[in-house]
Write a protein that binds this ligand. Structure first.
Ligand code: ATP
Length: 629
């Protein structure tokens, strides 16, 4: 059972370093691609610094002839001695650097893209896998739109970060380090002047990061909220139309959409201070370097500075200052992408960290070929630890092959009783046993495989009728599928469909009526051939004639299987071996149909209601019904 505080939000907010955690957990598999991308990016950037450096040397040695032709890392023997030779040599170096930079860029892009897309694919699959293993209680509290937003938008944000932002960040650091080294090598005093912009930009960036972080958390949350609203509204479009609440719903969508707009607008406002701000700092740095350097070359060292500065060095300085302003300006985009991905990472990791309470015990055993003895031993239950008591002292046994019916007013707890058998939830106290084993000591898969469940809500997956009947029994052949459909009284309407068993149904296929869907769900369970059956209002959507026909086929199916039936239509449960009458989470009457009629209690009164003998009902019963409804 989940404690109230143990919500998804709590786990999300507890996540620290989400991107690093995701990288370590899911990036391992393709780490080499990441490393290749990183190294290629590193060399790409370093090499891109060669042309301005070579140009500066060429200006001083070839054009103004003030300095000897001297390049670090290049052996003297390689350098031509003639001016024209040196000119061509410089050209060759510059052209070669450009070509190699391009090639390295291609390698970097390919490797980084591959890594980030693969990472996205692995994270998405793992997140979905984790999500569907979470307790059903999690889905009771969570909107589908929010979950879709995690699987779609949040995971896509990682691609942008790992592909673009991360490698870009590494390249910026490389460029800055490379430029600093070159500038200090050429003239350390002018380097100090040119690099004064760096601490200023660092301060500005720090301020920006502090301001933008909470905004991105809000943006991610508002995307989730918007998805939830849209999903709810589109899902309930029939209701919206019949209740003519279009204007009301438009207002609600307007609200969430406006919230998204506002949070984004806050982000834009902060960014518009940061982007021009960083441009101003870097442009000023360029201008100051130009003035100080120009003065130095033309007149001599400015006050406080000493030594010489060549024209070539100044040209290299100016190119380099330009070079570091561009990547520094990109810092804002990187931070944007980082904060966006971090907020998404918290949501994904929060989900990953959610504990599952309903899971296999380490010592769980498989339920093998159960005979189907089911026992409820003084079971109590509530959905939330601090919530309302839903079941109290539920105590009964179903012998193998018996049919037990659960009846009672709406909200009495009938469905809840059977959800404990399939371990959708665990009991608060007492125990539910199958063949003498507490369900908590059995593996979930073996327990659930031996129980067939048909409810009121019958979901059809997009696919053919055949695929829907065979869902879960994937190896079944056509013959078995048809036999199951016949037993569920579904064969007739299926063969009337244009393409019979191959007709596409579900969201994008042929629309089936509620009764037809129920019969497909029944056929699905018949085909899976479980030892225990649960029918929770399983035939409520079919007309009484079809129900009678289904009932006949089911008689054969249920003959030697333990069967639980929940039905409001009491004629359906009349022949059950035991009828349990529930009221307010307790069993108030039990016995066979005739026995219960003779008792003249709740069951007898419910029977009278359905037989139309309304005038014969005691006043106290009518008042009680009105209260519980
Ligand atoms: P009906 O005949 O209308 O299907 P029921 O007898 O099967 O009703 P349950 O569905 O078991 O009744 O519900 C019993 C009580 O538990 C109700 O008060 C209901 O509001 C509450 N309940 C049901 N499902 C949940 C849930 N997922 N979370 C919290 N409370 C729930």
């Amino acid at each position: 059972m989940t404690e109230r505080e143990d919500t998804f939000e709590t786990y999300r907010d507890r996540v620290e370093n989400p991107l690093l955690s995701l990288f370590v957990r899911f990036g391992e598999e393709r780490r080499e691609w990441f490393v290749v991308g990183l190294i290629a990016g590193l060399f790409e950037r370093l090499l891109s610094l060669a042309p301005p450096f070579v140009l500066g040397v060429a200006i001083d040695a070839v054009f103004t002839q003030n300095e000897p032709y001297d390049l670090p890392l290049v052996p003297d023997g390689w350098i031509p001695t003639t001016r024209s030779g040196q000119l061509w040599f410089s050209f060759g170096l510059i052209f070669g650097s450009f070509t190699l930079t391009g090639l390295l860029g291609a390698v970097r892009m390919l490797a980084a893209d591959y890594f980030s897309h693969h990472l996205m694919y692995v994270i998405r699959t793992a997140t979905y896998d984790k999500m569907q293993r979470l307790d059903i209680g999690f889905f009771d509290d969570q909107d589908k739109g929010e979950l879709m937003s995690i699987l779609n938008n949040d995971i896509s944000n990682f691609e942008r970060f790992f592909d673009d932002a991360l490698t870009r960040a590494v390249r910026i650091v490389t460029v800055l380090a490379g430029i600093t080294l070159i500038l200090v090598y050429l003239n350390w005093q002018l380097a100090v002047v040119a690099l004064l912009a760096v601490p200023l930009l660092a301060l500005l960036t720090l301020w920006f990061m502090r301001r933008i972080e909470p905004i991105y958390d809000n943006i991610r949350a508002s995307v989730g909220g918007m998805n939830t609203r849209l999903e709810n509204n589109l899902g309930g479009i029939h209701l919206v139309k019949t209740m003519t609440t279009e204007a009301y719903e438009s207002d609600r969508v307007d609200d969430v959409s406006y919230r998204y707009f506002r949070t984004n607008w806050n982000r834009i406002k902060i960014s518009t201070i940061y982007h021009p701000g960083s441009s101003l700092v870097t442009s000023t740095s360029f201008a100051v370097t130009f003035i100080v350097g120009g003065y130095w070359v033309v007149i001599g060292p400015p006050p406080l500075l000493s030594g010489t500065l060549t024209v070539g060095s100044l040209v290299t300085f100016l190119f380099m200052t330009q070079r570091f302003t561009a990547p520094l300006k990109q810092t804002a985009t990187i931070i944007d992408q980082y904060e966006n991905a971090r907020a998404s990472g918290k949501r994904v990791m929060g989900l990953m960290n959610m504990p599952t309470t309903i899971e296999d015990d380490p010592n769980a055993t498989d339920l093998e070929r159960p005979v189907g003895r089911v026992e409820y031993d003084d079971v109590s239950f509530r959905y939330e630890a601090d919530g309302e008591q839903i079941l109290e002292g539920i105590d009964f046994e179903a012998e193998p092959g018996e049919t037990v019916a659960l009846v009672g007013p709406t909200g009495a707890g009938k469905s809840t009783v059977l959800r404990l058998l399939t371990r959708m939830y665990d009991v608060e106290s007492g125990a539910v046993r199958v063949d003498g084993h507490d369900v908590r000591d059995l593996t979930l898969s073996s327990l659930r495989e031996s129980i067939g469940y048909v409810s009121q809500e019958n979901y059809l997956f997009g696919g053919t009728v055949e695929e829907n009947v065979a869902y879960g029994s994937f190896d079944a052949d056509r013959e078995a599928i048809v036999a199951a459909a016949k037993a569920a009284q579904a064969h007739g309407f299926i063969t009337d469909l244009q393409e019979g068993y191959d007709t596409q149904v579900g969201e994008e296929g042929v629309k089936l009526s509620g009764g037809q869907r129920q019969r497909i769900a029944l056929a699905r369970v018949i085909l899976s051939n479980p030892e225990i059956l649960i029918f929770d209002e399983a035939t409520s959507d079919v007309d009484t004639e079809t129900e009678m026909l289904i009932q006949r086929s089911l008689d054969e199916l249920t003959e030697d299987r333990t069967t639980f039936i929940i039905a409001h239509r009491l004629s359906t449960v009349k022949h059950a071996d035991t009828i349990l009458v529930l009221e307010d989470g307790e069993i108030v009457e039990r016995g066979g149909h005739e026995e219960l009629l003779a008792e003249d209690g709740l069951y007898a009164n419910l029977w009278k209601v359905q037989a139309g003998e309304i005038n014969e009902l005691p006043e106290a019963f009518v008042e009680r019904l009105a209260r519980t409804n």
